[in-house]
Design a protein around this ligand. Structure first.
Ligand code: DGL
Length: 280
């Protein structure tokens, strides 16, 4: 791969997801860092990633990350748990050293796990995620390293991403499947008092999730967690902070139809979005 030599020029922070889910993270980043430039890429044409193999998720993610670097980003956030679970480590360890060791790719699993350390009263945590994220065991493994006292129970929710990608969040069907997976989770462990939405699409189902769970159960969405963790990261890495351009803009790209993406993103973000289609 040949990267354009833009590393001396400041560039936007790139936020990547398989589709609309990463917008739930972008929303918090735009609120928290209004001065920075952002670029968002949703791989809607190839979503969902959750049921795809390691190889395929790695190949798709790598391709988009490379493109985002070529567009001038120095820092890419994989606002996708599935890509963070299946592609992040290989990109960090194998690709980045070859492409440009000064660029960075960050995921969303580690910051969420760090937050859990002192948060649960019962010490029983529920993780909701895609099949890929659950099968990768990334959450139990990472939690066990940092907080071995926590008991972790996972539940894969394979239909939740298609429900969001197809804008069916407010339907009876959505409610049915959300209830089914929440019931499964709590049947496995009734003492769970903290539930992590371990897929960035899931906050778009938050109204129905919240309605179905008792108030005493805390639900963690990753947007605020990632924003907080990025602030901390940039404080610790002023060299990277200086490489972010600051005109307060955000550009949107999708691998599917641009007008459909723009309409949906406008609804989700409650701000006007115009997108550009990129074919891979
Ligand atoms: N938002 C992605 C995640 O956080 C969804 C993955 C998918 O496309 O299935 O895992």
């Amino acid at each position: 791969m040949i990267l354009l030599n833009r590393d001396v020029l400041p560039g936007p922070i790139a936020v990547f997801d398989s589709g609309y889910g990463g917008l739930t993270v972008l929303q918090n980043l735009l609120d928290e860092f209004p001065e920075y430039d952002f670029i968002y890429f949703g791989d809607n044409a190839r979503a969902p990633y959750g049921s795809r193999s390691f190889d395929v998720v790695y190949r798709y993610t790598r391709q988009v990350v490379q493109w985002l670097f070529e567009r001038g980003a120095h820092l890419v956030i994989l606002a996708c748990n599935t890509a963070s679970a299946k592609a992040l480590r290989t990109i960090q360890q194998v690709d980045l050293p070859k492409w440009d060791p000064s660029r960075r790719v960050l995921g969303v699993i580690r910051p969420s796990v760090e937050l859990l350390a002192g948060i649960s009263g019962s010490g029983h945590i529920g993780i909701l995620g895609t099949e890929g994220t659950v099968l990768s065991q990334s959450y139990p493994l990472e939690i066990n390293k940092l907080s071995p006292q926590l008991k972790v129970t996972q539940e894969p929710c394979p239909l939740w991403v298609p429900i969001v990608e197809n804008h069916q969040m407010e339907t009876e069907g959505a409610r049915f499947f959300v209830k089914k997976n929440l019931d499964n989770l709590f049947e496995k462990d009734r003492d769970i008092d903290t539930v992590v939405l371990g897929c960035t699409h899931y906050p778009l189902l938050l109204p129905v999730i919240r309605e179905l769970l008792p108030d005493k159960v805390r639900v963690i969405s990753q947007g605020p967690v990632v924003a907080e963790s990025l602030r901390d990261y940039l404080q610790r890495h002023p060299d990277m902070e200086r490489r972010i351009s600051r005109t307060g803009t955000c550009e949107y790209f999708t691998s599917e139809q641009a007008d459909r993406f723009g309409e949906s993103a406008t609804l989700f973000l409650k701000r006007p979005v115009t997108a550009t289609q990129i074919a891979f």
